[in-house]
Write a protein that binds this ligand. Structure first.
Ligand code: G2H
Ligand code: MG
Length: 279
């Protein structure tokens, strides 16, 4: 049988690199910043422009009506992000908008593709590092065409864990996040890190630079591409309570193995986050 999704996969790589080039160029000019859900949830004209370019290019290549789109910047206007059985592109044009605004050089273009509600491939282009991570279901994960694998560390005391503080400034939520970080540090682990982009954080798990990354409050477009990359690199993808991963739940634990994941999960205090699909 012909490989139906190879063409979209190759195109996603191509379009992610074009988008990354636009982002790099935009970073050299004045950046106008607006806010979304709260004063620390940032958006720029580049986020909106790059999403339009990516979706426009895909529509031009594959037709207007055959594919669906869930994009960070067009999501609010469309209402809840519901995944159907149709081929669907899940796009974060600028993952790490705060980094982009401040010149902190970790910004990724994240493009995932799902069919029958299953993720088929993911592409993450870390555009300032100029590193392209990609994976297709059942075909391994790659960084710049070199195969990548998660680390083989099973001892939590030898691990590095990534998490992020997110944009929720509710005092109870911030207190819980800080308390979770404290408990993880005191296990003790070698360290806690964070690049400020969920997509890149997941690639750090996939290439073995860290053992785990978890977050509550991220969106489906932040993690969809990384989800394929982590799993294809041999890692595990779970809910933060240890149950199955749910793309729309805004909760995600990715790790090199189940032993590390379970040990970190023990220290996570879960707080509520409204689902992306409004369910
Ligand atoms: O910069 P963005 O796209 O808002 O995403 C953040 C998390 O929501 C970093 O992953
Ligand atoms: Mg994002």
């Amino acid at each position: 049988m012909a490989d139906e999704w190879q063409d979209p996969y190759d195109f996603a790589v191509e379009v992610a690199k074009i988008a990354g080039k636009i982002i790099r160029r935009a970073a050299e000019e004045e950046i106008k910043v607006n806010t979304k859900s709260c004063t620390v949830d940032l958006v720029t004209a580049t986020d909106v422009r790059v999403e339009k370019i990516i979706i426009g290019a895909i529509k031009e290549k594959f037709g207007e009506d055959t594919h669906c789109f869930i994009g960070e910047e067009s999501a609010a206007a469309k209402g809840p992000s519901v995944l159907t059985d149709k081929p669907t592109w899940i796009i974060d044009p600028v993952d790490g908008t705060t980094n982009f605004v401040h010149g902190f050089p970790f910004v990724a273009v994240s493009i995932a593709f799902a069919v029958n509600k299953e993720l088929e491939f993911g592409v993450v282009y870390s555009c300032f590092e100029d590193k392209l991570y990609k994976a297709r279901k059942g075909k391994g994960a790659y960084c710049d065409d070199e195969k990548i694998e998660v680390s083989d560390i099973k001892d939590i005391h030898k691990s590095v864990v990534i998490s992020e503080f997110g944009t929720n400034r509710n005092v109870d939520v911030v207190t819980e996040i800080c308390a979770t970080m404290k408990r993880i540090l005191l296990i003790p682990v070698h360290g806690i890190r964070g690049t400020g982009t969920a997509a890149t954080n997941m690639c750090m798990v996939a290439c073995g630079a860290v053992e785990a990354f978890f977050e509550i409050g991220i969106h489906c477009w932040d993690v969809a591409a990384g989800a394929v990359i982590v799993q294809e690199a041999g890692g595990v993808l779970l809910d933060v309570d240890g149950g199955p991963f749910d793309l729309m739940s805004r909760r995600m634990m990715s790790a090199n193995n189940r032993t590390i994941a379970d040990r970190v999960i023990k220290e996570i205090k879960i707080f509520p986050a409204e689902r992306d699909d409004g369910k």
